[in-house]
Design a protein around this ligand. Sequence first.
Ligand SMILES: Nc1ncnc2c1ncn2[C@@H]1O[C@H](COP(=O)(O)OP(=O)(O)OP(=O)(O)O)[C@@H](O)[C@H]1O
Length: 590
Amino acid sequence: MSSLYYLNKFLFKYKRYLLLGILFIFISNVFGVMMPGVVKDTINDLVSSDLTNGDVSLGAILKIALMSAGLYVFYSVLKGIFLFYTRQTIIKMSRYIEYDLKNEVYDQYQKLSFNFYKKNATGDLMNRISEDVSKVRMYLGPGIMYTINLVIMSGLIIFVMLRVSPILTLYVLAPLPVMSVLIYFVSFKLNKKSNLVQSEQSKLSTFVQENFSGIRVIKSYIREKESIKNFNTQAVNYKEASLSLAKTSALFMPTIVFLIGLSNIITIYLGILQAREGLINAGEIAQFVIFINMLTWPFASVGWVTSLIQRAAASQARINEFLKETPEIINPSTEKVTFAKEIVFKNVGLVYENSGVRALTDVNFQIKKGETIGVIGKTGSGKSSLAYLLLRLLDPTEGSIKIDGKNLNELNIDSWRDLIGYVPQEHFLFSDSIRNNITFGLKASDIPDEMVFNAAKSAGIHESILEFPAQYETKLGERGINLSGGQKQRISIARALIKQPEFVIFDDCLSAVDNETEELILNAIQNQLKNSTSFIISHRISSIKYADRILVLDEGKIVESGKHDDLLTLNGAYASIYAKQKLSEEINTL
Ligand SMILES: Nc1ncnc2c1ncn2[C@@H]1O[C@H](COP(=O)(O)OP(=O)(O)OP(=O)(O)O)[C@@H](O)[C@H]1O
């Protein structure tokens, strides 16, 4: 439960709503408690005016009934009005806190580092910001509202009941706590079963989602029958969990109705016994019966509210786990970063925390301002890891990276990343227009079309964009146009080029484009970004052969470095990659 203390700061922030809510609950209950009093008085009035006596006119009886009904309706309208305001304050407060909490979690997600995202599954991150926050909201809204209502209502009702008959009060209230405990156990069981249904449902939707995404693979490997069979197994699990839940919830209502009936019988029976001794009158018995019925539901909800609070506590504990996580990479400075001379990697090593894989060992190299560095090596040799380190998405486990003599981890990360135009290996486009995808990295809002067109031209995608009906306003993503892999890659490249970056990092993004476009893009970097420094990772020698220096990586180590011609004369790893690529090119031209 202690995890819920975290929410106290929000309750304090919205104390105005909470205090007003408590006041409205009180007022609405005052009117609620007055209503059975009207019934009591009416019954007593009718009983005392001897109906068998012919002197009592029908009009007089009608007058009593109408006045009572009018008063009853008047109190119930007032009660309803304040109930409306209760919800307008407490439920509103819970929605405001839900909004604040979601924003806080999202802000924290944005601050957390690359490693955090590698350690935690996307589904889990989504759940904490949606489902867990919703469960916490149930505690802040209905949870708090029903608890306060129970306390105030029982206080008022017990106060009135004690004034009428302390002994009868004691007898009729005795079963209520027993009922609460009973209902607690039933709702505990219900919760367990409904959690199981939820988990089966999420398994089912994950299965369906994955199968829809992979439908091409399923069809091409003719695995439709297996897919249907697996779906059936999942669906049966879901059906069984749902049926079991339905059975328990079917028992829930009859149990409550039975218990309420029992309380009523006890009240009437004991009331009659007391009336025979002249301790209580008919109107008061009726008032007691109504009170018991009024108390039953709030007491019945104790079990439900308890389990709701327990669930909220578990959810808040999960949220707190992420909120308390300190980002591994924090921005140490606000000073603007300039890059004038060089980047130096000294004895750099990198071990991935989540998998324990050593990606880089004792890496030493230098990038002078304005140089083009090419990186080549087998799959898994550590090329992308070098890019992550340069962007400071990760910090090296050993050694240091210095920019103009200053440690990268002492520089303002935002300002450093602002100098970089990065194209990742796995291109990513947002479900937005092509134009917005290209201008994504720019802070200004009024970007001239000319600038967008030039970037697209340099990335060799301008002509293709003009062929779409909505051209640069074409929407991408699920409900928009779907581009080919190469087209997406070029838009990613245009996104990096439009920044006119001082430092370009291309992570194997030229492999998806043809030789002609590759040359166009490399020329664009040379001609348009004249003083920029480039770090080009590639599997293809054609992308890096004009580089000032080429680093050849193997199992996380630099095994060769130098210019294309020098590396060829070494007759080592690079020459062997070159020979293989040349051979396959020759075979392709045959
Ligand atoms: N996020 C990660 N978590 C754990 N291990 C990783 C992660 N990313 C890469 N690795 C491991 O680090 C090593 C180097 O990977 P890296 O992606 O840097 O290689 P690469 O040369 O870029 O490969 P490719 O050419 O296939 O892109 C690999 O053994 C890989 O399994």
